[in-house]
Design a protein around this ligand. Structure first.
Ligand SMILES: [Zn+2]
Length: 503
C-alpha cells in the first residue's frame, strides 16, 4: 500500500526465518524448542516461536526508540527469537528486560546454538563455560516457568551450592499465609515475630514452615528459607545532650526496613567509623539505640591528621555517663521524630574511651615536640607501647593546667648565696628551668630535646628542713606569683626536626 502510513515496522518473513535458524528454533530466553510436527499430519508443522522486537516496532511499545530508523527497526539486528510466553514476558516486564539484557541473551543463545551444531546432546557439555551457560539457561527457563504459574510474582532462579534457589518477590500486594508447624523452635518463632514486626532479613534452616497463597510456594520441605523486606535509604540524626548548651548532632546514612510494628535502621557516620542500629515503634515508643565504633581506619595514619578525631572524642566523652538522645529520621525530604531515650556508654565504651585518651595524649606530645608520629598498624599497641607519659604531659600542659607550683630536687648547687637570698627575700624573679629529654614512644626514640619551663615572676621556697649548701642536694618549690603562670617550650624543636629530615 504505497503512501499508507506505516504504523509498525515488522520483520519480513526472511528475517524471521534467519532469526529462528540462528538459534535452531529454540527460545533465546528459556531454550524451549519452538517448532514440531503438527499432530495427525505428515507434511505440516506448528510453531510457538515469535520474532520479538528488541526495540519496539511501534511508538508506545516497550523499549521503543524514536531515533531508530524504520529500516533498522525491522532489521535482523533488532530481532530476537523467543517462544510465545517469553516474547510476552519480555514486553510486559520491560524493566527487567532492557535492550542490553536482550542483546546479551540473544548473543548467548546464538553461541549455544553454534556449540551444539554437530554435537550429540549428551556430550554437549564439556567445558566449564558450557556447563555454566547450560545452568544459566536452565535457571532462566525455570524462572519463566514459575512466573507463568503466578504472574503476580517476579521469580529469579539461581544455582546455589546445595541446590536451586528461588527468589520470589511480589510485583503487587499479595495476600499470603505463613504456617508454622509444631516442630518449630521457640527461638525460631520469636525471630519470625521480630521479622514481621520490624522487617529486615530472616533466614531459617530446616524449618517447619509452609507458605500458602500461591502455586509458586512449594508444598514439600524447604531446606533453607529466607524472608526479606525491601530496604529504603534513610538518614537518621541522633541528637545527644539536646537540653544542654552543647548538643551533639550525628547524622547517619543507611537503610531502614519496615514491619507491622515499627522500623529498624542500620547506618553509619564519619565514613563508617561509627555505626548505629536502632529499632523504633511507629507509636513513638522508647527507641532502642546502639552505637559501634570502628577506628581501624586510623592505623598507619599520622597522629596529627586522624579523620574525625575531635568529633569522635567529643561523642565518646558524652557517652561516658547516661545521656539523653533524640532520634530524627529523614526520608524523601520528610523529617520525622522517631523518639527519645537514654544511652549509657559508661561501661560499654570504657576501653574505647581510654584508647581515645591515649591517642589524644600522643597527639599533644606529637604537637609539642614536632615528632610526626604515625600510629601503628595494630592500634592496640598504642595503649601497650606508649610508655608512661603522664609526667611529661603535665609539664607540656603546665600552662593549661593552671598549676602554680613546681617542685624539684636540685642535685648540686653552684651559687648557694644567690639562692639563699632569693629564698630569704621572697621576691618574685624570672625563672627558667631547663630539662634535657629523650623520648621513647611506640618503639621509637626521639630527642634529645631541650625543654624550658618558664615563669617571668615566681618565688623560690625551700621544702622541708634542708640546708642550702654548695655541692649538696636541695628540695625546692617554685611558685608563680599572682597573675603569672608557667609555660613550657621546646628550645631546639626546629634544630631537632632539621636534624631528622637531613638524616
Ligand atoms: Zn521461552
Amino acid at each position: 500500500m504505497k503512501g499508507a502510513k506505516r504504523i509498525r515496522d515488522d520483520f519480513v518473513q526472511s528475517v524471521k526465518l534467519i532469526l529462528a535458524k540462528r538459534v535452531n528454533f529454540r527460545c533465546s530466553i528459556c531454550d524451549v524448542q519452538t517448532t514440531g510436527p503438527k499432530t495427525g499430519t505428515s507434511n505440516k508443522d506448528f510453531s510457538i516461536g515469535k520474532a520479538a522486537h528488541i526495540k519496539a516496532a511501534a511508538p508506545g511499545g516497550p523499549r521503543y526508540d524514536p531515533n531508530q530508523s524504520p529500516e533498522k527497526r525491522a532489521s535482523i539486528e533488532n530481532g530476537l527469537w523467543a517462544c510465545a510466553t517469553c516474547a510476552d514476558i519480555i514486553d510486559r516486564d520491560a524493566d527487567a528486560y532492557s535492550v542490553e539484557e536482550l542483546l546479551r541473551l540473544k548473543h548467548e543463545a546464538e553461541q549455544l546454538a553454534r556449540d551444539r551444531v554437530g554435537r550429540n546432546p549428551e556430550t554437549a557439555l564439556q567445558t566449564q563455560s558450557e556447563i555454566r551457560r547450560a545452568i544459566n539457561v536452565f535457571c532462566r527457563r525455570e524462572a519463566a516457568r514459575q512466573e507463568r504459574l503466578d504472574p503476580r510474582f517476579k521469580v529469579a532462579v539461581h544455582m546455589g551450592e546445595s541446590g536451586t534457589i528461588y527468589e520470589i518477590s511480589a510485583k503487587e500486594p499479595v495476600e499470603t499465609r505463613l504456617v508454622i508447624g509444631t516442630q518449630g523452635k521457640e527461638s525460631e518463632f520469636l525471630a519470625l515475630h521480630d521479622f514481621f514486626d520490624y522487617g529486615g532479613n530472616h533466614v531459617s534452616d530446616s524449618v517447619d514452615i509452609r507458605m500458602e497463597g500461591s502455586p509458586l510456594f512449594p508444598s514439600e520441605n524447604i531446606k533453607r528459607f529466607r524472608l526479606s523486606t525491601q530496604p529504603r535509604s534513610v538518614t537518621i540524626t541522633a541528637i545527644l545532650n539536646e537540653e544542654t548548651t552543647t548538643p551533639l548532632f550525628v547524622e547517619f546514612t543507611g537503610n531502614a526496613t519496615q514491619g507491622s510494628k515499627g522500623f529498624r535502621f542500620k547506618g553509619s557516620a564519619f565514613d563508617g567509623m561509627m555505626t548505629a542500629i536502632t529499632t523504633a515503634d511507629y507509636d513513638g515508643g522508647r527507641p532502642d539505640f546502639a552505637f559501634t565504633f570502628n577506628l581501624e581506619g586510623w592505623a598507619k595514619k599520622p597522629a596529627k591528621r586522624l579523620p574525625y578525631f575531635a568529633r569522635l572524642q567529643q561523642i565518646m566523652q558524652s557517652l561516658a555517663s547516661p545521656v539523653q538522645i533524640r532520634i530524627q529520621c529523614t526520608h524523601n525530604g520528610i523529617e520525622l521524630d522517631v523518639g527519645k531515650g537514654f544511652v549509657d556508654g559508661g561501661e560499654h565504651f570504657r576501653f574505647l574511651r581510654i584508647f581515645l585518651n591515649e591517642i589524644d595524649e600522643l597527639r599533644q606530645l606529637d604537637d609539642f615536640f614536632g615528632l610526626d608520629l604515625t600510629l601503628p598498624t595494630d592500634l592496640t599497641d598504642v595503649i601497650r607501647d606508649r610508655g608512661d607519659i603522664s609526667e611529661l604531659l603535665a609539664m607540656v600542659n603546665i600552662d593549661k593546667s593552671g598549676e602554680r607550683e613546681i617542685r624539684l630536687r636540685m642535685i648540686s648547687i653552684d651559687s648557694e648565696e644567690q639562692l639563699k637570698t632569693m629564698i630569704a627575700n621572697q621576691a618574685a624573679v624570672d625563672i627558667r628551668i631547663n630539662y634535657q629529654l629523650n623520648l621513647s614512644i611506640l618503639g621509637k626514640n626521639y630527642g634529645p630535646f631541650d625543654v624550658d619551663v618558664i615563669c617571668p615572676a615566681a618565688t623560690v621556697h625551700s621544702v622541708g628542713p634542708s640546708l642550702i649548701e654548695a655541692g649538696k642536694p636541695a628540695n625546692l618549690a617554685m611558685i608563680a606569683a599572682d597573675g603569672h603562670h608557667w609555660i613550657a617550650q621546646v628550645v631546639n624543636a626546629k634544630e631537632h626536626s632539621k636534624r631528622r629530615s637531613n638524616s
